[in-house]
Write a protein that binds this ligand. Structure first.
Ligand code: KG4
Ligand code: ZN
Length: 341
């Protein structure tokens, strides 16, 4: 099902309770129309930081512990009560199976107990819709999804009509940032810490090569990690850590931006968006908005809280689908892998 530009004002009138547990954030939101009334995110980052990365079983267990208070807080913050909820939306794909299953089972139970309509939402469709509360979207547009688990460029012809036009052949951009941050002695996840440190460094101090510079249809970030490791080993105690962070960040952001801009020109789109955790990076937005200006096209990025995983974006994706009359016909189950709808 797709919604064309002229139908774009069609959003679900009722109140949607949205739930997101696909990775390491337990999140719940109340969304009405295209407005996010509340968006509560309980991060497990501290827990995984101690373990050096995400441990799937630990993530699932933490979701079980947090989901009830997080959902209750989402209702409280929006000044809504259970009787106000008209529909339930939950991320059911892709992601960590155990983590997704906690949200899907909880949401399915709620929908049955309260006889409410429910929809399972694709996590990446949530990211694609994350700018709509704050920005008007043009169609078609090109969206760069850059997060810890995904790096791809999607041609969005209409809501529900998506084609992946570029993707990574190895690591995701956020994953590469997180691995390099760890090599530089920062905790998990490292993207934000790296951005802060990079502000006091010189991005031209160290050469960090990026693979496949001439091919916008493929990303490759595994070499960045190897280059960072060599840098750390070769410089030893003389390493200028801030400049290493700046050089690594610059290489990754330039690769993301250059390919997105090349494809924007190729597909003649009037707008580009950037979404996902890495979209919170100021340097990335700076390069993309400068290049978009140069091409005379529009650029949109959501505010940082809507970049990283959150249920608000899942509610926005559900809002147009509910408005278009969609309802799950089968019980919601989790799918660890799934292409965009
Ligand atoms: O979208 P997200 O919360 O989770 C996934 O779906 O993966 O993205 C998390 C990723 C992490 O790799 C984190 O390091 C990165 O987003 N990230 C950033 C920034 N904030 C979060 N990367 C660069 N700059 C930031 N400011
Ligand atoms: Zn995500």
């Amino acid at each position: 099902m797709t919604v064309q530009q002229q139908d774009f004002s069609v959003w679900f009138e009722g109140h949607i309770l949205a739930i997101e547990t696909s990775c390491d954030e337990t999140s719940a939101a109340v969304v009405t129309g295209r407005t996010i009334e509340s968006n509560i995110v309980s991060s497990q980052a501290e827990l995984h930081r101690r373990l050096g990365g995400i441990v799937p079983e630990v993530a699932a267990r933490a979701h079980i512990e947090s989901i009830v208070p997080v959902v209750q807080e989402a209702l409280d913050r929006s000044n809504r009560v259970w009787g106000d909820v008209d529909a339930i939306a939950v991320t059911n794909r892709p992601g960590l199976f155990g983590a997704l299953s906690v949200g899907a089972t909880f949401a399915e139970g709620l929908a049955r107990a309260r006889s409410l309509p429910i929809l399972g939402i694709h996590h990446l469709e949530g990211h694609l819709l994350s700018p709509v509360e704050e920005h008007e979207l043009d169609f078609p547009h090109l969206s760069l999804i850059a997060s810890g688990g995904h790096t791809e460029i999607v041609l969005v012809r209409a809501l529900g009509d998506y084609s992946v036009v570029s993707e990574t052949i190895d690591d995701a951009a956020g994953e590469a940032l997180d691995k390099c941050a760890r090599l530089l002695g920062m905790g998990y996840p490292g993207g934000r810490a790296m951005e802060k440190l990079a502000l006091s460094g010189d991005e031209s101090k160290y050469a960090i090569p990026i693979a496949l510079p001439k091919d916008p249809t493929r990303f490759s970030f595994s070499g960045v990690k190897t280059a960072a490791l060599r840098l750390v080993e070769s410089q030893g105690p003389n390493l200028d850590v801030a400049s290493a962070a700046a050089s690594i960040q610059e290489a990754i952001m330039q690769a993301l931006a250059t390919k997105t801009i090349a494809l924007a020109e190729q597909h003649s789109v009037p707008q580009i968006t950037v979404v996902g955790g890495v979209a919170a990076n100021r340097r990335l937005s700076e390069i993309l908005s400068y290049e978009a200006d140069r091409l005379g096209i529009r650029f949109a990025a959501p505010s940082p809280v809507l970049c990283t995983d959150n249920a608000g974006m899942i509610g926005l994706a559900a809002s147009w689908r509910f408005a278009a009359g969609e309802r799950a016909a089968e019980p919601i189950v989790a799918f660890p892998q799934s292409p965009l709808p």
